[in-house]
Design a protein. Structure first.
Length: 206
């Protein structure tokens, strides 16, 4: 590192409120957002990983899902040929073998992607009926809850549905995602349109 050049951590700490640059301008969005990574799209990520993942790894192009914290890369392995054996056990063995044999290359690809897109990279592999996620990010989310909200979480704990408030909160978020998927999808589409319009103008914006 150049002796007079601030580190990436120092640059991020030097951002203004909401994870923004000097003067409070930048990619911060919404309340409580500390840092926004570089903008990207599924198409850009799919193309980048297609150029970096070895052609002989998977039988089809990788699928990509991402948010502001993580990129999940999922690839499909060819199903092993079995006769009377357990097909699922054979598939799991192939997944584990791929994990070990590709470890160093995957670490290198992930490091380059994390530097470029400012997100953690996780890998998942499918083979026949088996699927395994190698590394998945668990991102802490800080929040403040009033008594009635805390009681709701504690009820889930007392009922044995969750072991802690954090697990109860994660369960609640998943419940909303499962039951309000259509509404959330519409909300995401609307937010994407707003962002595109904001990025387009007006031309007189300084």
């Amino acid at each position: 590192m150049h002796p007079n050049r601030p580190s990436r951590t120092a640059q991020m700490r030097g951002r203004g409120p909401g994870g923004r640059g000097p003067g409070g301008r930048g990619r911060g969005r919404g309340r409580g957002r500390q840092f926004e990574p570089v903008p990207t799209t599924t198409e850009e990520l799919r193309a980048w990983f297609a150029g970096n993942v070895h052609d002989d790894w998977f039988i089809e192009p990788v699928s990509i899902s991402f948010d502001r914290d993580e990129i999940v890369v999922t690839g499909a392995l060819a199903a092993p040929k079995t006769e009377d054996g357990d097909a699922v056990a054979a598939a799991k063995a192939r997944i584990e073998g791929f994990r070990e044999n590709s470890r160093d290359d995957r670490i290198g690809i992930a490091a380059r992607a994390e530097a470029k897109f400012e997100r953690k990279v996780s890998w998942a592999v499918a083979c026949g009926e088996a699927q395994e996620a190698y590394t998945m990010a668990s991102v802490p989310v800080m929040t403040r809850l009033h008594m009635e909200e805390r009681r709701t979480l504690d009820t889930l704990i007392d009922a044995g549905i969750a072991r802690s408030r954090s697990e109860a909160l994660a369960w609640s978020v998943q419940l909303v995602a499962d039951n309000e998927a259509q509404w959330i999808g519409k909300l995401r589409s609307a937010m994407t349109e707003v962002e595109e319009l904001r990025d387009q103008g007006p031309d007189s914006r300084s």
